[in-house]
Design a protein around this ligand. Sequence first.
Ligand code: MTE
Ligand code: MO
Length: 374
Amino acid sequence: MVDRRAFLQLTGFAALGGVARSAFARDELIVQGASPQELATPLSWFDREITPTPVFFVRSHFGPPAFDAGRTLTIDGMVKQTLTLSRDDLRHFPEVTVTAFLQCAGSGRAFMSPRVPGVQWDHGAMGQATWTGVRLADVLAKAGVAPEAAHLRVMGADTSPKPSVPAFIRSIPLSRALDPTTLIAYRMNGEPLTLAHGAPLRLVVPGWAGDHWVKWLTSLRLQRDEAVGFYMQTAYRVPTTPVEPGSSVAPEAMRPGTTVPVKSVIAKPADGAHTAPGKQDVVGVALSGDAAIRSVEVSIDGGQTWQAATLEGEPGAGRWQVFRFSFAREAPGTVTVMCRATDASGNVQPQAARWNPSGYFWNAWHTVSWQVAG
Ligand SMILES: Nc1nc2c(c(=O)[nH]1)N[C@H]1C(S)=C(S)[C@@H](COP(=O)(O)O)O[C@H]1N2
Ligand SMILES: [Mo]
């Protein structure tokens, strides 16, 4: 059990003043599972560009390690020079801030049919923040990457509860590691990273699923081949070609899931809400890991016709945008609204998500119904 002070530190409440603190109910995050850290953000928060840190979803396999502001990160393997850097040592590199969404591969798993095992996340395993740190490419340049290196093995300080449970090890192709948006981050939404979100250092890989955003960083190793281990070869894999819903798929017929596919969700009105007759205001967010959002369309007639929503904020791959759509409804009764997003690469949010054995990347049209009062 965590005591109250530890909980506040864990979730970022400690960073808030007394007045601001009361704006976020302590129990606002939805406890989604029994394992260490499965805290989901309520859907109603996805009506804005930035998800406040205290309500930003939290996920980790084993729970956080002890807080250690001086923990060092070692960069070794196929490099000219091994580096050991603390958060303070990173001051020698240019500082960069990116705005990017972070989405767990399993977000929306609860909507997969047939049902799949795993944390039954609804929409809430995602959020968007500003991330500040240094470019991973700059750090790797300082170490001097050998020409034969092609992959980066990434590890954090968290340890599995028993020896039989494999360590959380991820692998990122060197090309993605060198992308200028890939960061070693130490700030989130302008404040030092909280322990729950990876303090002192975490990886930020905009557009890629959350499992690549390794927290509590300790080791980056350059190597020729992709890193091995349970979390690369068994977990976090998606079929290379579409499969029959409910079928079992061998790991060899799958590849690591990387880019978050295009999707949009309606934050408000909430499903089952009651609204006044007249103008109905719909708001939500649209995202794609592949490209900027080109459009969000809304249907108020069950998908027969679609109308364009207004997009707000800056477009970009790996960055979500708020959308708004308003329409008039005087007659009392049930209103059903659906949304679908399209990105600049031409990817369209599908009516039904592509089923896969672990329920990753659910991205079907989102449908919400509410009551217009008489
Ligand atoms: N060291 C470490 N990093 C980790 C994990 C973990 O278990 N250990 N979980 C990953 C997963 S699956 C997700 S979805 C994100 C969640 O990041 P957040 O808790 O900041 O929202 O962290 C990632 N980084
Ligand atoms: Mo995740």
